[in-house]
Design a protein around this ligand. Structure first.
Ligand SMILES: CC(=O)SCCNC(=O)CCNC(=O)[C@H](O)C(C)(C)COP(=O)(O)OP(=O)(O)OC[C@H]1O[C@@H](n2cnc3c(N)ncnc32)[C@H](O)[C@@H]1OP(=O)(O)O
Length: 447
C-alpha cells in the first residue's frame, strides 16, 4: 500500500478518485481511452502526480488545514480538511496520522486516518491556515465565542488570540475515543471537557448506575463491587412495562448531574456543558431488568425557564438509537409541560438529529389530531392540546403545505387524503407515553 511518498493507487477506488480529480482537486480530468479501452488518463495522471510529488518535496507531512480527498468507511473518496496531525509511534519522518473533518458530513464522523487513506494527488495547493490566522488575529468572533461557551471553560474572555486558537484546536479533536457503559462499548462523537487528569485516556469506563468514570477496567470492577446504586438517584416518576423514568434533581445529586453532562457532551456538539447542574432536573430513561435500571437516554430541563424551554439537552445513547426512545423522550417533555399548564419548546440550537426527531414528532402529533378534527381547529387550540408552541405548529403545517393565508389569517386546510399521505410519510410513531403511568408534580423550590 502506501510508501513514504503516499499511497500507490492500485485499488479501484484510488484509481477512480484519481481520474476524477486533478492536483488541486477541483477540476474534472478528461478521460482518455486507448483503443482497447484502457484508461490512459490514469497513466497520464500517474505521471503527472509523480512530477507533482517530486516537484513538491515539502508536501509531507501534510499541513493542518490541508484539503484533500480521503477514503471513508464506504470505500469511496470524500473531501476532508486536516484538523490535526500526530506522529506515529516507531515512525519515519513522514509517518503521521491525520485527524480529518469530512466537509460533507457532521463533525461526529471526524476521525484519525492513516496516510494511505488519503489521495495525495488531490491535495489542494492553498492551506486554509492563512484565512484562520486572519480570523484569530481579529477580535473574538461570534463563532469563537460560541465554541468557548460550548465547553464552558471559565476565564476565556481574557484569552489572547494565540491561547484562543490553542483552545479551539484542543476542542476540535475528540479526546475520548470510546467509553464502556454497562454492557456496551460505545464510540464517541465529540470532544467533552473531562478534567485534565483524563486527557491521556482514549477510553473511559463508566459505572452505568452512578455514572462515575474511571481510566481503567480494574478500577471499574472494584467500583462495581462497592456501588450500591442500581438505578439513577432520584424519584421514579414513570413505569410502564420494563421502561422507567427517573427525575434527578441536579442540586441534590450534583456529582451525578455533572457526570451525566460529561457523558452527554461526548454525543452533543453545539451544547453548553453546564457545571452548574443545580438549576436543572434530569429525566433519565431506563430499561429495567433483574440486574438494575440501565440508562437508555435522558433529557434535561431547567427548573425555571424564561424562554419557555421544556427541554435543554436530549440524548439517546447510540446503542439505543432509532428505536423510538428519542420520540418517547420528546413526548415525555411535552407531557410534563401539559401538567404544568404551559407550552414548551426545546432549547436552541437543535442538532441535525434533534431537528429530524422534533420535526417527526410535531408532524405526527399534529396530523393525528387534524385527522380526528378535520380542519375545524385553530392553531391556538392545537397548541393548548399539545403544549407545542404556536410558531412551531405553524411552521410544521406550512412545511406540509396545509396552511393557507386568507383574509389576513392563517387557515388549516386538511384534506383527509393529504393527511393520510403525510402520516404515511412521517414514519413510525415511536414508543408511546402512557400518561396514566406518570406520577409527577411540577418542580417547586423548597423553602
Ligand atoms: C435540544 C437538543 O438537545 S438538540 C440535540 C439533540 N441531541 C443530539 O443530537 C444527541 C445525539 N443524538 C441523539 O441522541 C438521538 O439521535 C436523538 C435523541 C436526537 C434521537 O433519538 P432516537 O432514539 O434515535 O430517536 P427515534 O428512534 O425516536 O427517532 C427519531 C426520528 O429522528 C430521525 N432520525 C434519528 N436518527 C436518525 C439518523 N441517524 N438518520 C436519519 N434519521 C434519523 C428519524 O426520522 C427517526 O424516526 P424513524 O426512526 O421513525 O425514522
Amino acid at each position: 500500500m502506501g510508501s513514504m511518498d503516499g499511497p500507490t493507487p492500485t485499488t479501484e477506488n484510488g484509481r477512480t478518485a484519481r481520474t476524477n480529480t486533478t492536483c488541486n482537486g477541483n477540476k474534472q480530468q478528461q478521460k482518455i481511452q486507448s483503443d482497447d479501452g484502457f484508461d490512459l488518463s490514469v497513466v497520464a495522471a500517474d505521471k503527472e502526480n509523480e512530477v507533482f510529488r517530486k516537484g513538491k518535496p515539502g508536501l509531507l507531512p501534510l499541513e493542518v488545514g490541508t484539503r484533500v480527498m480521503c477514503r471513508w468507511r464506504d470505500g469511496k473518496f470524500h473531501p476532508v480538511k486536516v484538523i490535526e496531525r500526530r506522529k506515529m509511534v516507531s515512525a519515519g519522518p513522514n509517518d503521521y496520522e491525520y485527524y480529518v473533518h469530512y466537509t460533507e458530513f457532521n463533525r461526529r464522523l471526524d476521525e484519525w486516518v492513516k496516510l494511505e487513506q488519503l489521495d495525495l494527488d488531490s491535495v489542494e495547493a492553498d492551506v486554509d491556515e492563512k484565512v484562520e490566522d486572519k480570523a484569530t488575529s481579529l477580535k473574538m468572533t461570534r463563532h469563537q465565542k460560541r465554541k468557548i461557551d460550548e465547553t464552558h471553560v471559565e476565564g476565556h474572555e481574557e484569552l489572547d488570540a494565540a491561547s484562543l486558537r490553542e483552545h479551539e484546536e484542543f476542542t476540535k479533536v475528540k479526546n475520548i475515543a470510546t467509553i464502556e457503559l454497562g454492557r456496551y462499548e460505545i464510540e464517541t462523537w465529540y470532544f467533552s471537557p473531562f478534567p485534565p487528569e483524563y486527557n491521556d485516556s482514549l477510553k473511559l469506563y463508566f459505572c452505568e448506575f452512578c455514572l462515575n468514570f474511571m481510566k481503567r477496567k480494574e478500577q471499574l470492577q472494584r467500583h462495581m463491587r462497592k456501588c450500591d446504586l442500581k438505578h439513577p438517584p432520584g424519584d421514579e416518576i414513570y413505569r410502564s412495562g420494563t421502561l422507567s423514568m427517573f427525575e434527578v434533581d441536579g442540586k441534590k445529586n450534583k456529582v451525578y448531574g455533572q457526570n451525566l453532562c460529561y457523558l452527554a457532551k461526548l454525543f452533543l456538539d453545539h451544547k453548553t456543558l453546564y457545571y452548574d447542574v443545580d438549576l436543572f432536573l434530569f429525566y433519565v430513561l431506563c430499561e429495567c431488568d433483574d440486574r438494575g435500571c440501565h440508562m437508555v437516554g435522558y433529557f434535561s430541563k431547567e427548573k425555571h425557564s424564561e424562554e419557555s424551554y421544556n427541554l435543554a439537552c436530549i440524548l439517546t445513547l447510540p446503542p439505543y438509537q432509532r428505536k423510538g426512545y428519542g420520540k418517547f423522550l420528546i413526548a415525555f417533555s411535552y407531557e410534563l409541560s401539559k401538567k404544568e399548564g404551559k407550552v414548551g419548546t426545546p432549547e436552541r440550537p437543535l442538532s441535525d438529529l434533534g431537528m429530524l426527531s422534533y420535526k417527526g414528532y410535531w408532524t405526527r402529533v399534529l396530523l393525528e389530531i387534524l385527522k380526528k378534527h378535520k380542519s375545524n381547529i385553530s392553531i391556538k387550540e392545537l397548541s393548548d392540546m399539545t403544549a407545542i408552541k404556536a410558531d412551531e405548529i405553524l411552521s410544521t403545517l406550512q412545511s406540509l403545505e396545509l396552511i393557507q393565508y386568507r383574509k389576513g389569517q392563517h387557515a388549516i386546510c386538511a384534506d383527509p387524503k393529504v393527511l393520510d399521505r403525510h402520516l404515511k410519510a412521517a414514519g413510525r410513531g415511536g414508543l408511546e407515553v402512557d400518561v396514566s403511568k406518570l406520577i409527577w408534580t411540577p418542580y417547586k423550590e423548597q423553602g
